[in-house]
Design a protein around this ligand. Structure first.
Ligand code: SF4
Ligand code: SF4
Length: 151
């Protein structure tokens, strides 16, 4: 059996962002129901950029979890070497990269886990965690200097 339309399998997290107050929770979705991620024909979906895809209402791409974060990663383009480590390791595919160039953070889906900061190899790091409330410009102005290697 398949079900289409706006029936997100979700708990209350992000429900306000979805406008989904009347919809069912994840534990209320009927067993065997298929919730397609995209509207219409998705045969060529792998070749479309994320912003060109027609996401179904209940696809997590259309929901934001930004309110879960206490800390956020801030990206410093001036230091980044486009190694793509952060893109590979982010557990939420929240690093935006095109043609092997790091572009920034998808703050709608980033959960602030800090993995990207841990794996960034530059000195100083090109990604650092800051308080969620801090402006990115302010964070960039406080960036640490290169650390000298101990002899
Ligand atoms: S903090 Fe975590 S979820 Fe956010 S971009 Fe970094 S690795 Fe991804
Ligand atoms: S891990 Fe660091 S240096 Fe590598 S692409 Fe990401 S931000 Fe840039």
């Amino acid at each position: 059996m398949s079900m289409t339309g706006s029936v997100p399998g979700t708990d209350n997290r992000g429900i306000r962002e979805l406008g989904a107050e009347e919809k069912v929770g994840w534990d209320q979705v009927q067993q065997g129901v298929v919730l397609p991620s995209f509207e219409g024909d998705a045969a060529d979906i792998a070749h479309q950029k994320a912003e060109e895809r027609h996401y179904a209402d209940f696809n997590s791409y259309t929901a934001t979890v930004a309110s879960w974060r206490v800390l956020k990663p801030v990206y410093n383009r001036d230091i980044c070497i486009d190694c793509q480590n952060c893109w590979v390791w982010c557990p939420d595919t929240s690093i935006i990269s095109r043609d092997k160039q790091m572009l920034g953070i998808d703050y709608d889906h980033c959960k602030g886990c800090g993995v990207c900061v841990e794996v960034c190899p530059t000195n100083p790091k090109s990604l650092l965690m800051f308080n969620e409330a801090e402006e990115n410009e302010e964070a960039l102005s406080e960036w640490p200097q290169k650390e000298k290697k101990a002899k």
